[in-house]
Design a protein around this ligand. Structure first.
Ligand code: ADP
Ligand code: MG
Length: 702
C-alpha cells in the first residue's frame, strides 16, 4: 500500500481549485494528471522582471510589472486585435493587445477606469508602446520577492531588492497561462509533506543537496542547479532501485528452460544469410532461453537492422521446445505487418501463426482463443488484446515485445506473468540510445545490439534545403508521385504551440491536395484513432501517395514503396527523432531521398544537428551526438516525449548521475535487501512517489 502521507500528492489534478472542465484538456496534454505531477511541473526558465513606477523607466524588450489605469477598450475589427489602452502615473499610454479568444478574458480583467497591476514584455509598436498578451493582470497587491539565480551563481544570489522579481516560466500548452500555472503549482505544493530522507547522507552533503521538500520548492523559485539535480537524482534512484528489484526477483524465479531441437529453424528458407550481429544475438537469446530462470533481454537495433528474423528464431526455439510464443506490437497496423512478415518468413516450417487484435470479434476470435488454449496455434501476434483475461494459453513460454519503449517495465512484467511459470521476455526497440541511457532505461535487462545493417542497403540521400525553395520541393514531390512513388511529408508538432502547428500541418495538407488531389492523406495526433488508422491504411495500401503527418508516424510503419521523406522545419526536431523519421524510407529497392527543410534562422546547435544527419546514418552514433549536443544546453522545453522513462531528469542529468544512483541502489539493497530499515522505508516511499511500486510488490511477493 502507498504510504498515507503521499496520498494528497496522488489526488487527481482536478481537485485543485480552479481546475474545471476547461483546464482538463490542457493539463492532460502536459501529462499533469495528479497533484504530484503539477508539483513536479518544473519551470523551463526564469525571467527577471522589474517593477517600474512609470513606463519611461523601462525600455522595449524589458519584462516589467507596472501599475496602470485603464482608459478605453478598442474592439477588434476584422483582423485587428483587441486593444486595451491604459496609462501610467506619468500619463504615458500603453496598449495591451489581445489576439483572438484571449480578448474575452481581457475585457473582464481590465474594466475601464480601474487600476491594475500588469506584467508583461514591453514592446515598441510604431510610435507607441504595447504589451502583447500580458503575462498577468491583477488587482493591486503586494507581490513576494525572490532572488533570481538562473545560473546558480553566487553573483545572481545577491541580486535582491524590491524592484527585481524572479518569475518561473512554465512549459505551457493552449488554454493555460503562465500565471494560472503558477497558482496551480503553488496549490499543488501545499500538501507536499516532508518525507523521510532516502538519499545517503554523505552524498547529500557532498552535493550540497537539501531535503526533498526544500529542493522541490526551490526548483520553482530559482534555477539553482543543486535543487533540480536532487529532484532528478530522486527519480534516477527510484528507477535504479526498481530495476534492481526486478532483476533480483527474476533471478529467484523459475522459468521453463527451453532447449530447441533445431528442426523448425532447419526448415527456414531465408532469402538472405544472417549478418554477424544477427547470429550473435540469436546465440545470446538461445543461451538465455536454456536457463532455469526467465530471460529478460533487450534487442536493440536500428530501423532495418533485421530484428524480425531474430525474433522469429527466438520464437521457433520456443515452439521447438514444445511451447507457444507471443509477439506484442504497439498498434494494430504494426501487428498486421508483423503477422504478414512472419508468415512469409516461416513458410515451409509448418508453424501455425495467428493474429489477434481488438478488431477481431465473434467467431474468428473464438477460433483463435480455442487454438491458443488447445495449442494448435504456435505463435500469436497481436496488440494488448492477446493478454486480456479472456485469453488463455496452453503453454506460453516466450513473450516478444516490439517497440519496447511504449510499454513500461511494470506493464511488461504483468505480461510475462500471464504464463503458468514466468515466461521469457525479449523486448525489441528501434530507438538506439546512448550507452549511459541504456542502463537507465533497461537496467534490468541484458542487451543484444544489432550494430550491423544487412548488406546491400543503399544509403539514404539526405539533403538540407532552405524553406524558400519550397516550390522546387513541391514540384519534385509531384514528379515523384507521377513516377509511381510514395512520400511522407512531416510537419512538426509540439505542446507549446499546438494549435499553430496543427494549423500549419493542415495548411500544408490543403496545398498539397490542390496539387495532387485525393492522393494526399493527413494524420495527426488529434484525429480519432479510427480516422488515423484509416488514413495510414490508405497509405500502406498505396491508395494514398503522400502522407502528411505530424510525428505520429514514428513507430515502425513499413511502406517499401515510399522512398521520399520530406521534413519541414527540421531544425525543430531532435536528432533521434529525425533519425527515426528518416528510417521510414530506404526500405525498398529504390534509391531513397530525405529532404530536411530548414527555416532561415538556425542556432549553431541546430546547424550541427542537420549537418550530422547528412553525414551519418548510424543510429547509435546519432544518439550519442544527440546527447552531447543537448549537453551544450539547447532543447530545454523542447524535450521529446517518450525519449526516456523519466519526467524530471534530463538526458544530461541522467548521464551525469545514473551511475551514482545505481551504485547507491546496489549498496542499499546489499545492506537491506528487504528495505526494512529506516532508509529502506524511505526508499519504499520513493518508489511509490515515482510510481515504481512494482518494485515494492516484488519485495512482498519475494
Ligand atoms: P527492423 O525490424 O529491425 O527494422 P526488419 O526485421 O523489418 O528490420 O528487416 C528489414 C528488412 O531487411 C526486411 O525486409 C528483412 O527481410 C531484411 N533483412 C533482414 N535481415 C537481413 C539480412 N541478413 N540480409 C538481407 N536482408 C535482411
Ligand atoms: Mg521492426
Amino acid at each position: 500500500m502507498r504510504p498515507e502521507r503521499l496520498n494528497p500528492l496522488f489526488a487527481m489534478a482536478d481537485t485543485l481549485r480552479g481546475v474545471g472542465p476547461r483546464l482538463e484538456k490542457p493539463l492532460a496534454r502536459l501529462g499533469l494528471k495528479r497533484v504530484k505531477d503539477v508539483a513536479y511541473h518544473l519551470p523551463d526558465r526564469f525571467v527577471e522582471r522589474r517593477r517600474v513606477k512609470v513606463l519611461r523607466d523601462a525600455k522595449a524588450g524589458d519584462h516589467i510589472i507596472v501599475q496602470l489605469t485603464v482608459v478605453e477598450h478598442r474592439a477588434s475589427a476584422g483582423r485587428a486585435p483587441f486593444r486595451v489602452v491604459a496609462r501610467d502615473e506619468a500619463g504615458d499610454m500603453v496598449s495591451l493587445t489581445y489576439f483572438g479568444r484571449a480578448s474575452h478574458g481581457a475585457r473582464k480583467a481590465l474594466p475601464v477606469g480601474e487600476r491594475r497591476e500588469v506584467a508583461g514584455r514591453l514592446e515598441e509598436y510604431g510610435q507607441s508602446l504595447q504589451i502583447v498578451h500580458p503575462d498577468h493582470v491583477s488587482p493591486i497587491a503586494p507581490v513576494p520577492v525572490a532572488a533570481c539565480a538562473t545560473d546558480g551563481s553566487e553573483a545572481a544570489n545577491v541580486l535582491q531588492g524590491a524592484d527585481l522579481l524572479c518569475e518561473p516560466v512554465y512549459p505551457l500548452t493552449d488554454g493555460l497561462t503562465n500565471h494560472r500555472m503558477q497558482s496551480l503549482v503553488a496549490q499543488a505544493m501545499q500538501p507536499a509533506p516532508p518525507l523521510p530522507e532516502w538519499i545517503e547522507p554523505g552524498l547529500m552533503q557532498k552535493q550540497g543537496w537539501s531535503s526533498w521538500r526544500d529542493a522541490l520548492e526551490e526548483a520553482h523559485r530559482s534555477g539553482r542547479k543543486e535543487a533540480r539535480n536532487r529532484l532528478a537524482y530522486d527519480e534516477l534512484l527510484a528507477s535504479a532501485l526498481a530495476l534492481m528489484l526486478v532483476r533480483a526477483d527474476n533471478r529467484r524465479r523459475r522459468g521453463p528452460a527451453l532447449i530447441g531441437t533445431g528442426t523448425l529453424r532447419g526448415r527456414l528458407q531465408l532469402p538472405f544469410s544472417l549478418t554477424g550481429a544477427q547470429q550473435r544475438s540469436i546465440r545470446e537469446i538461445e543461451g538465455d532461453l536454456a536457463q532455469q530462470h526467465p530471460m529478460l533481454r533487450l534487442l536493440q537495433g536500428d530501423v532495418g537492422s533485421g530484428k524480425t528474423v531474430v525474433a522469429l528464431n527466438a520464437m521457433l526455439i520456443a515452439v521447438e521446445a514444445g511451447g507457444q510464443a507471443a509477439l506484442l506490437a504497439p498498434t494494430e497496423i504494426l501487428a498486421r505487418q508483423h503477422h504478414q512478415t512472419l508468415c512469409e518468413l516461416a513458410q515451409g516450417t509448418g508453424v501455425e501463426i495467428a493474429i489477434l487484435t481488438g478488431r477481431d470479434k465473434g467467431r474468428a476470435r473464438e477460433a483463435i482463443l480455442m487454438g491458443l488454449l488447445d495449442g494448435s496455434i504456435d505463435i500469436i501476434v497481436g496488440t494488448h488484446a492477446i493478454f486480456q483475461d479472456t485469453v488463455n494459453y496452453r503453454n506460453l513460454v516466450l513473450v516478444v515485445v516490439d517497440e519496447q519503449h511504449r510499454f513500461g517495465v511494470g506493464q511488461r512484467l504483468s505480461l510475462t506473468r500471464k504464463a503458468r511459470q514466468t515466461a521469457h521476455c525479449l523486448a525489441m526497440t528501434a530507438t538506439p540510445i546512448p550507452r549511459t541511457l541504456t542502463l537507465a532505461q533497461y537496467g534490468e535487462m541484458e542487451v543484444s545490439r544489432l550494430d550491423e545493417l544487412p548488406p546491400g542497403r543503399k544509403a539514404i540521400d539526405t539533403r538540407v534545403v532552405a524553406l524558400d525553395r519550397l516550390d522546387d520541393v513541391a514540384a519534385g514531390l509531384v514528379r515523384h508521385v507521377e513516377a509511381g512513388g510514395q512520400a511522407y511529408w512531416v510537419c512538426p508538432m509540439v505542446h507549446e504551440n499546438e494549435s499553430a502547428d496543427l494549423a500549419a500541418a493542415e495548411a500544408r495538407f490543403a496545398t498539397l491536395r490542390e496539387m495532387l488531389g485525393d492522393a494526399v492523406a493527413l494524420v495527426h495526433g488529434q484525429l480519432r484513432p479510427e480516422a488515423k488508422d484509416a488514413a495510414m491504411a490508405r497509405f500502406v495500401a498505396g491508395q494514398a501517395k503522400v502522407l502528411v503527418a505530424t510525428t505520429v508516424i514514428e513507430v515502425g510503419v513499413n511502406v517499401p514503396n515510399a522512398s521520399l521523406m520530406i521534413i519541414e522545419q527540421a531544425e525543430r526536431f531532435g536528432l533521434a527523432q529525425l533519425h527515426q523519421l528518416r528510417g521510414r524510407v530506404g526500405r525498398g529497392a529504390e534509391q531513397s531521398v530525405c529532404l530536411l527543410l530548414r527555416g532561415d534562422t538556425l542556432s549553431a546547435t541546430a546547424r550541427d544537428r542537420l549537418a550530422l544527419m547528412r553525414e551519418t546514418q548510424d543510429g547509435f552514433r546519432l544518439a550519442e551526438e544527440d546527447l552531447r549536443l543537448r549537453g551544450a544546453g539547447e532543447l530545454l522545453g523542447t524535450r521529446q516525449s517518450g525519449d526516456t522513462p523519466f519526467r524530471v531528469a534530463t538526458p544530461e542529468q541522467i548521464s551525469a548521475m545514473i551511475a551514482i544512483a545505481h551504485d547507491d541502489a546496489r549498496l542499499l539493497i546489499d545492506r537491506d535487501g528487504g528495505l526494512q530499515g529506516p532508509r529502506g522505508e524511505a526508499a519504499r516511499t520513493l518508489l511509490y512517489l515515482f510510481e515504481r511500486d512494482y518494485g515494492v510488490q516484488l519485495l512482498r511477493g519475494g
